[in-house]
Design a protein around this ligand. Structure first.
Ligand SMILES: CC(C)(COP(=O)(O)OP(=O)(O)OC[C@H]1O[C@@H](n2cnc3c(N)ncnc32)[C@H](O)[C@@H]1OP(=O)(O)O)[C@@H](O)C(=O)NCCC(=O)NCCS
Length: 183
């Protein structure tokens, strides 16, 4: 019930044997430049990250999915919703986020998965606002936010980093969906 299918992707729960596949992203300096400390991590840390994503699902009933590309059956990254208790701006603390291995970039897959995550957040979880957080110079991520209908809302200091944040509200999301349907 918590799995989602899009045209090219399956967003599914995590398995114990997903570590090697996610490590294609988490072990790559180009990918990790934008995540956490900005450095690639070990397989052990990747396994811990999968455990944390599973616990998040158990605790909140939503979370980050494992992203599988249908054409190959390969796990290519993670996309979904995360609750950030320590987000310092306002009451809306659920973020839509994405990380894909480098070989998957540039084909619209992050946007496709992110739209499904937003649909899940608004239609199934009945959220009023979903935010997204990145660094100012992560232009690819900012572009994904814009293509999904999020708009720039401000800056913040969060977990020791200067970040910018975007958001989409329920009403705006309805307008974006109607535009997409009539296009
Ligand atoms: C961010 C990320 C998930 C995007 O994945 P993707 O599948 O390539 O994204 P999409 O193809 O859906 O969209 C990317 C958009 O950014 C644009 N883009 C990519 N690199 C860019 C750059 N350096 N400058 C400007 N725009 C850029 C692409 O052209 C595309 O826009 P378009 O469709 O208008 O041409 C991927 O780059 C990634 O995993 N990066 C490392 C991890 C990361 O940054 N995660 C987010 C942390 S906040």
């Amino acid at each position: 019930m918590n799995e989602v299918e899009t045209e090219r992707l399956i967003l599914r729960m995590w398995n114990d044997d997903d570590v090697d596949a996610l490590f294609r992203s988490y072990g790559d300096p180009e990918v990790m430049k934008w995540i956490g400390s900005g450095e690639p991590v070990t397989k052990e840390v990747t396994a811990d990250a999968i455990d944390r994503m599973r616990r998040h699902w158990e605790e909140h009933g939503y979370g980050m999915w494992a992203v599988v590309e249908k054409s190959s059956g390969d796990l290519i990254g993670r996309i979904g919703l995360m609750y950030h208790k320590d987000w310092p701006v306002g009451d809306h603390k659920i973020e839509v986020g994405w990380t894909l291995q480098r070989s998957a970039w540039g084909r619209g897959l992050a946007t496709e998965g992110a739209r499904a995550a937003l649909d899940h957040g608004f239609d199934r979880l009945h959220l009023e606002r979903i935010i997204s957080i990145t660094s100012e110079d992560n232009l690819a991520s900012r572009r994904v936010m814009e293509k999904c209908g999020l708009s720039h809302r401000g800056r913040a200091r969060w977990r020791g980093h200067d970040v910018i944040w975007y958001a989409i509200d329920r009403a705006r999301r309805r307008a974006v969906s109607e535009q997409a349907r009539s296009a």
